[in-house]
Design a protein around this ligand. Structure first.
Ligand SMILES: Cc1cc2nc3c(=O)[nH]c(=O)nc-3n(C[C@H](O)[C@H](O)[C@H](O)COP(=O)(O)O)c2cc1C
Length: 369
């Protein structure tokens, strides 16, 4: 059914327009109580065994929506209704900005991938904070807020821009993510170098503590799959040293490996970040490396090319406490979350682990046992 809708409707539209259309339908259903209750019952049945405590929150499960889908925090309840256990909104920048000129999102259907150079189109931290403050939550879901740098802000003033966002948004975030890994804002990924990352993360931590005094807002950093292995280790060590709560691995890649099934070579040549199936192996590798380095000390979030329940399960065994997806949501449709949850529950039941928490990082213990 969704396959037909995807092929006959969405695929005939510009991908960004298709996104806005689908997202508006989701929000419309979520605004109608009867439809909302029905949709949640069908699409988001809970599996008790998948419950997990992470980042100071009790969550229904480990599977969330990655940043970039709901950039302005407009549809959190609709997305929770579809079965996401947490929703990461953003990237939000200090100031509102339009992003790059269109066309800036490309479907590589044969490769089950996307290339995007959206460039953080968003309404800015003040507007998104106001929307989050006004939200009357229908579903109890975890809301992460992902922040990034305003394009017009010079690299030398990046810290102040992140601090602006933190001051506006921290109070509304169950967790905060410092995004330094999108390829579409010039210079952003240079902030992953520890000499830049240290003052940035320190300032964001201080701003969050200054702004929210009643609780400690968990702070994570999101990294690129294109980092060299020694840089991954350096970020991991820094995160532990600064008392960060976690690392999200990974963002999209600028590499073009693993492509080839999409027939139009012009599509493959588009600039931007590649997501979906082709990034899966590297994202898993980065996660595995992080867990080997700092496992147990940080909450790791696995993202990048997760499509099946098996993909999600392998991330958990490799060290992820939480997993996220975005690209496969477009290709698989609204039953995707239900399928992944069901498959995860089945895998946990068939495994030697009594709880999901026990399964986290189990691959590493097997290797060293
Ligand atoms: C259209 C699009 C927009 C995205 N925007 C953001 C963003 O604003 N901030 C961010 O941290 N990641 C963003 N991402 C990256 C995703 O959050 C995710 O890290 C990446 O796509 C890999 O996961 P996937 O293969 O499941 O899509 C975006 C991805 C896509 C496809």
């Amino acid at each position: 059914m969704y396959g037909l809708l995807f092929r006959e409707v969405f695929c005939r539209m510009d991908p960004e327009k298709a996104h806005h259309l689908a997202f508006s339908w989701i929000r419309r259903v979520a605004r109608t109580p009867v439809l909302r209750t029905f949709a949640a019952a069908v699409l988001a049945p809970r599996h008790k065994e998948l419950r997990i405590e992470a980042l100071g929150r009790r969550m229904h499960g480990p599977f969330g929506l990655a940043a970039g889908f709901d950039k302005n925090a407009e549809g959190i309840d609709g997305l929770a209704m579809l079965g996401f256990d947490h929703v990461e909104v953003g990237t939000v920048t200090g100031r509102a900005q339009p992003g790059n000129s269109r066309k800036r999102l490309f479907r590589l259907v044969g490769d089950r991938a996307l290339i995007n150079r959206m460039g953080f189109n968003n309404e800015g931290s003040a507007a998104v904070a106001a929307r989050l403050a006004a939200r009357r939550a229908v579903f109890r879901t975890t809301v992460g807020v992902n922040i990034g740098k305003t394009k017009a802000v010079p690299e030398g003033e990046a810290v102040a821009d992140y601090v602006t966002s933190t001051e506006a948004l921290a109070a509304h975030a169950h967790y905060l993510v410092v995004n330094v890994s999108s390829p579409n804002t010039p210079g952003l990924r240079n902030l992953q170098a520890t000499e830049h990352l240290r003052p940035l993360l320190t300032a964001v931590r201080e701003a969050a503590d200054r702004t929210v005094t009643t609780r400690r807002v968990p702070l994570l950093v999101k990294i690129a799959p294109d980092l060299a292995d020694e840089d991954i280790d350096a970020v991991a060590d820094l995160a532990v040293e600064l008392g960060l709560d976690g690392i999200i691995a990974t963002n999209t890649t600028i590499a073009r490996e693993g492509l080839g099934l999409t027939s139009d070579p012009a599509l493959r040549a588009e600039t931007g970040g590649l997501s979906g199936a082709p990034v899966s192996d590297r994202s898993l590798e980065v996660l595995r490396r992080l867990y080997a380095r700092v496992g147990g000390q940080l909450t790791l979030v696995g993202v990048g090319g997760i499509t099946t329940a098996e993909d999600a399960w392998r991330r958990i065994l490799a060290g992820a406490t939480l997993v996220q997806g975005y690209t496969a949501f477009l290709y698989e449709g609204p039953l995707w979350m239900r399928t992944v949850h069901k498959g995860l529950a089945r895998r946990l039941e068939a495994s030697p682990y009594a709880t999901l928490a026990e399964a986290i990082g189990a691959d590493h213990r097997k290797v060293t046992a």
